[in-house]
Design a protein around this ligand. Sequence first.
Ligand code: SAM
Ligand code: DTB
Ligand code: SF4
Length: 340
Amino acid sequence: MTAHARAGAQAHTAPADDGARHDWTLDQILALFGLPFSDLLFQAHCVYRRTFDPNQIQACTLLSIKTGGCPEDCGYCAQSIHHATGVQAQKLMSVDDVAAAARRAREAGSGRFCMGAAWRSLGERNVDRITDMIKAVKAVGMETCVTLGMLTGDQARRLKAAGLDYYNHNVDTSEAFYSTIITTRTYQDRLDTLAHVHDAGIKVCSGGILGMGEARADRAGMLMTLSNLPHHPDSVPINMLVPVAGTPLEDAGKLDPLEFVRTIAVARILMPGAFVRLSAGRESMSDEMQALCFFAGANSAFLGDRLLTAPNTDRDADMRLFERLGIEIMPPETADAAAE
Ligand code: SAM
Ligand code: DTB
Ligand code: SF4
């Protein structure tokens, strides 16, 4: 472990919520958003350095274990049956195929393997296959994350018993804007699943999407929800909308890249101990924009050719960018220690 990594890991082994606030008001968060850009980035970067090594990022790999055919109507999603996007529905993958994909990801240097299913909720008949997948990926030596839609408390406890590390369940946007994007479930449904996940002792991964036509107050509202949870999420993915033809949001328009960077910076200030992930949409970002996001406190990314259905940035291009920035990929064992 490098000295930097050691310092980062040690600083982070303090409880993630140590000294962090859970009582942010919307006005206070909007005041952060409204700072001069350099002041905001300076403040975020100082917070970042206190908790993490700013020259290391965590590498995660995504795999769609069950694609398409989802009954939910999320306005951004290629996998909803409500939108004609041309995505072919596929059955739940076999445990062997998932384990083989995890081994390839581990060999490519990834520390966390995130398995996504296009489900509204986890069906009882699939629980055993999912727990077998979790055990198989753990056996490869990777951290496990799944995102399977809504969970009951009992299901969350069974996933935990199988060794699950993280559950991804995004609030996606502010409570006020939510019903503009999704009508088939409520914001409270999302919060209930997050509570089940946390209560079962699984680490929470929750964030959202920017560029869906929301206002700055919605971006601030989303971060207020996340940072005022009883425990901050351990991972906060911030996705830039990947516009998908056939979805209601295909023409949502481009968000100002500097506003995206501001959102990363505010997330870092509000949730100092979280891995803030620069998630979907990196393919449409310039190297300079990504560099600003890393400076502002983003310290996790999906590597590999694909996200779930959308393409991701080319691995070689990512490696060249990290080299130009002097950023190392966090060794999986360091990422594990930092996440404890
Ligand atoms: N069905 C599960 C659910 O919704 O929780 C898990 C999979 S779902 C695809 C995971 C997350 O991916 C969504 O909550 C959303 O934040 C993100 N996502 C999906 N489509 C996206 C898109 N086109 N652009 C950016 N993010 C997207
Ligand atoms: C998250 O916040 N982003 C990832 C992961 N969690 C599951 C998914 C991004 C999906 C991008 C669109 C697609 O591939 O279909
Ligand atoms: Fe289904 Fe998840 Fe896509 Fe919504 S985001 S349509 S729940 S796969």
